[in-house]
Design a protein around this ligand. Structure first.
Ligand SMILES: Nc1ncnc2c1ncn2[C@@H]1O[C@H](COP(=O)(O)OP(=O)(O)OP(=O)(O)O)[C@@H](O)[C@H]1O
Ligand SMILES: [Mg+2]
Length: 367
């Protein structure tokens, strides 16, 4: 069995608030798993149940093959880093990091050894005598992580540990936590609502919404083969573009007809879409799979889409075009030097081998 396993776990808060609804997943030894999803989807509650800070209403939680439902938090061999990592203000960095070990009656020389080792790993050796108020946000975050490291737990749990940091520091700390995982080789479960953190850090990602799991997979699979429209739209920036239209057949070929344009599907997709012929579907295309026809040498005429360019946003390394078909607005990411004129028509080419289709009612993936 995996290092951490949840089997049919639910959490119902008083007032019949179902925060987590029948969730099952496993985290392998040494794996870095990210729980990601919008605010209120049940990420923290799931993590807190693993930590033992919250009882599971239903289901079983195992840590290292041991059923832990009735084991108190302090005996679960896990360490948790929170978003609000409240350090003790009257204690030095050293004392803050040593506190948990002292409570557990570790010998003094072992405490000194572990705190120094953690401080070395985190690059905060020089700060050990300072008080939290004499530290920057990033340094405080490191101390909070250090407090968890010294415990040498079986599993680390992180709940949005970077959300109090400014954007630049977040990116830096993200890399540091990633490196820390490689170095410590410990199982980690990391909660975030930031899909970029999920994509860049996770060996595997658990995508949650409304207390349920929508997909569990490695980042590339989640990105390329989302299980449904929600996952497709949540992971990726800018989000996947969606358009509503019909699947039609003409002269033996299958097309997606948006109303203002139609594009021909690649033949490999035909078998999966035939049951949707003449029905409405949701068409999905990522912004990087849309090209300005001016920069495409051999554009297949059946896949050219006429749109109006409404806004041009230079991002430095690329340009975001905000486009309008007359029925739908969407975004394309094009090369840094592509500056089409605003409020003029332009021709696009869709890479039809990369497009997605979702069931209109269920929003599940067809292709
Ligand atoms: N102690 C509680 N009592 C009642 N409802 C709660 C309690 N804690 C959380 N909830 C509810 O459970 C749901 C899930 O909350 P949770 O904190 O797990 O979400 P989250 O995914 O961590 O969100 P965020 O990204 O905002 O931190 C929410 O609807 C929340 O209002
Ligand atoms: Mg939370």
């Amino acid at each position: 069995m995996a290092q951490v396993s949840l089997i049919n776990v639910s959490k119902v808060f008083p007032g019949n608030i179902k925060a987590v609804d029948n969730v099952s997943f496993g985290v392998e030894n040494k794996e870095f798993v990210v729980l990601v999803g919008p605010s209120g989807c049940g990420k923290s509650t799931t993590l807190r149940m693993i930590a033992g800070l919250e009882d599971a209403s239903e289901g079983q939680i195992f840590i290292a093959d041991k059923l832990v439902n009735n084991i108190p938090a302090k005996d679960r061999d896990i360490a948790m880093v929170f978003q609000n990592y409240a350090l003790y203000p009257h204690m030095s960095v050293f004392e803050n990091m040593a506190f948990g070990l002292k409570l557990r009656h570790y010998p003094k020389n072992e405490i000194v050894r572990r705190v120094n080792e953690a401080a070395e790993i985190l690059g905060i050796k020089k700060l050990l005598t300072r008080r939290p108020k004499e530290l920057s946000g990033g340094e405080r975050q490191r101390v909070a992580v250090g407090r968890a490291i010294v415990r040498k737990p079986l599993v680390f749990l992180f709940d949005e540990p970077l959300s109090n940091l400014d954007a630049k520091l977040r990116v830096q700390m993200r890399t540091e936590i990633h490196k820390l995982h490689l170095r410590l080789q410990t199982t980690m479960i990391y909660v975030t609502h930031d899909q970029i953190e999920a994509m860049t850090m996770g060996d595997r990602i658990v995508v949650m919404k409304d207390g349920t799991i929508h997909q569990i997979a490695d980042p590339i699979t989640i990105y390329d083969k989302p299980a449904n429209k929600f996952v497709g739209g949540f992971i990726g920036s800018p989000p996947m573009n969606f358009m509503w239209g019909r699947v039609i057949k003409r002269d033996g070929h299958i097309y997606f007809d948006e109303g203002k344009f139609h594009v021909k599907l690649v033949e490999e997709m035909y078998s999966k879409i035939t049951s949707y012929l003449n029905k409405e579907v949701i068409f999905g295309i990522r912004s990087e799979d849309i090209y300005d026809k001016l920069f495409v040498s051999e554009a297949p005429p059946e896949n050219i889409v006429k749109v109006t360019c409404e806004v041009v946003e230079p991002m430095g390394s690329e340009v975001y075009l905000h486009l309008n078909t007359g029925k739908h607005t969407f975004i394309a990411r094009v090369g840094a030097h592509d500056r089409p004129q605003v409020n003029r028509d332009m021709d696009l080419v869709f890479d039809m081998s990369k497009v997605h289709f979702f069931d209109k009612e269920m929003e599940t993936t067809i292709i």
